[in-house]
Design a protein around this ligand. Structure first.
Ligand code: ADP
Ligand code: MG
Length: 281
């Protein structure tokens, strides 16, 4: 078999996402954060049937930051996450991961591979697999396929899993199947699964919905402990939760940044009081 036929053989039999990973990893596999910024969204616009879901949106996130995004229903929070992860393309504007990775030229698997992980609101852990096995399946990159096939996990992967279990408080539950976990524990497992992929930027959509106060507190501590070594963007409705964790808050309204600052600053901003915090939304 010559080189070309090996190439086409691989192209035919590797999953599409894997061949994209390979292509992507050649030149740029990590964002350039030499100036301390990890995410730049500038002048973004996105309309759905003439309705402007995102309207001249600018957002700048520093590496290691824990940023909360709040805003009424329909403000464009999920659409913004969809643009960052490549699920939705904006009509115009720019989106960069670090200084040089143009997110608008990357597809979803390439963006995930570059280090942007997203946790959706509803947990999607494998109910019949143990916590350990869920983490095994979540392991990053092509290795995931081979280790799943061979049933082997190298010592570096084992160390990492132990670290992630400890960080998320799941060590004692490691042998239990997903289905016996509480709602909160499932959410933590899902965060743990994301961490196994070594993301640099974590997008977390409404993590405390349906949680008890105690679980909420623990989630706040977990997200706080991830900041610094990771950058975390949290979309959340629960104001007490946002107040308890947030260092900087961005208020979205009609697809645009209405206000930004500490929770105290945005809560006393008359524009915010008028459209959001003053209501019972
Ligand atoms: P949020 O997450 O802040 O509640 P979204 O980003 O989900 O807001 O939605 C912003 C607006 O865009 C809403 O009015 C929503 O109905 C609309 N929208 C979002 N996605 C689509 C879509 N795929 N097709 C049509 N309209 C959409
Ligand atoms: Mg939403």
């Amino acid at each position: 078999m010559n080189r070309d036929s090996i190439g086409s053989f691989a192209g035919k039999f590797l999953p599409a996402s894997l061949s994209r990973l390979k292509k992507h990893s050649t030149s740029e596999s990590a964002p350039d954060i030499s100036n301390g910024m990890i995410l730049y969204l500038e002048g973004l616009n996105k309309s759905f049937d003439g309705f402007k879901a995102i309207n001249d949106l600018n957002l700048y996130i520093q590496e290691g930051e824990l940023r909360c995004i709040i805003g009424p229903n329909g403000a464009g929070k999920s659409t913004m996450m969809d643009i960052i992860t490549g699920k939705t393309r904006p009509d115009s504007g720019t989106a960069y991961f670090g200084r040089s990775m143009n997110l608008l030229e990357m597809d979803e698997p390439a963006i995930a591979q570059a280090g942007i992980g997203r946790k959706f609101q509803k947990p999607t852990v494998f109910e019949n697999l143990s916590v350990d096995e869920n983490l095994e399946l979540a392991m990053a990159g092509p290795k995931r396929i081979w280790s799943t096939f061979s049933g082997r996990f190298n010592s570096e992967q084992t160390d990492m899993r132990n670290e992630v279990l400890k960080l998320t408080g799941l060590t004692e539950l490691r042998s239990r199947p997903g289905k016996v976990l509480s709602h909160g524990q499932k959410q933590w497992l899902e965060i743990a699964m994301l961490l196994m992929q070594k993301p640099k930027l974590l997008l977390v959509d409404e993590p405390v919905t349906g949680m008890t106060r105690q679980e909420m507190e623990k989630t706040g501590e977990l997200l706080d402990s991830l900041a610094g070594t990771h950058t975390v963007i949290v979309v959340e409705h629960d104001m007490d939760f946002v107040r308890s964790i947030a260092k900087k808050v961005t208020v979205l309204h009609q697809g645009h940044v209405l206000s930004e600052g500490t929770m105290d600053q945005v809560q006393s901003d008359p524009k915010v009081v008028e459209v959001y915090l003053g209501t019972n939304e």
